[in-house]
Design a protein around this ligand. Structure first.
Ligand SMILES: Cc1cn([C@H]2C[C@H](O)[C@@H](COP(=O)(O)OP(=O)(O)OP(=O)(O)O)O2)c(=O)[nH]c1=O
Length: 201
């Protein structure tokens, strides 16, 4: 597997400020030619369901980034859903604590919607993963909050960090929980004409 530029000269633009997404792409040998983080209002609509919300936000991010011809854009949105409740990135430690107490001892869903845009055309899909969090004690929550690892993470935790100790079970896509489901992302990039090198494709 290599990060050779595609023969057709297409340039890949990562529409994301998330270092996780850049690292996940690197894992499959894909190196964006440029990074252009979108700046949009991520407030859910009243009554909006989590999956529809993640899809709308990923597509909105992809429309918020300026593109030249010959460029392919990749954007994503990761949302934690407890039933119909949408948990985005906590504003502060108090909100992260609230999220963690709600998730404690229960099963929730992590949805990552991925949107690939080329010109006016968007290829998108959502990937859902069921996640069980063990019952958390107050000291466990407080020790985790003190690490600061919850910052910028949907639902107030990151499975790839210390909170991995809180997650005994998932069913779905680990890379989707971290922010970019690699198998589906590779499929969308190829559908948009961005060739991936390597024999995994
Ligand atoms: C649940 C969970 C989320 N996350 C992260 C992935 C996303 O970066 C973040 C959710 O926020 P997003 O709004 O999806 O993305 P972002 O603000 O980090 O970056 P951008 O909008 O520029 O693409 O939560 C983890 O890293 N691990 C986890 O286990």
């Amino acid at each position: 597997m290599s990060a050779l530029p595609p023969e057709n000269g297409l340039r890949l633009i990562l529409g994301s400020a998330s270092p996780r997404r850049r690292d996940l792409l690197a894992q499959i040998g894909v190196k964006p030619d440029d990074v252009r983080p979108p700046d949009i209002d991520e407030t859910p609509h009243r009554g909006e369901l989590p999956r529809a919300y993640a899809r709308r936000i990923a597509e909105q991010k992809s429309r918020a980034v300026a593109l030249d011809g010959g460029e392919v854009l990749l954007c994503a949105d990761t949302t934690v859903a407890l039933g119909r409740r949408i948990m985005g990135k906590p504003a502060d430690a108090a909100e992260a604590a609230r999220f963690l107490h709600l998730l404690s001892g229960r099963r929730h869903t992590v949805i990552t919607a991925v949107a690939v845009r080329r010109g006016d055309r968007i290829w998108a899909r959502e990937v859902e993963t069921a996640v069980r969090m063990k019952r958390l004690s107050n000291p466990e929550v407080n020790t985790y909050l003190a690490t600061g690892d919850w910052q910028g993470k949907a639902g107030g935790y990151a499975i790839q960090g210390p909170a991995g100790a809180f997650i005994p079970w998932i069913n779905g896509s680990f890379t989707g929980v971290v922010g970019l489901p690699l198998s589906e992302t590779a499929g969308l990039l190829m559908a948009a004409g961005y060739p991936l090198h390597g024999d995994f494709a």
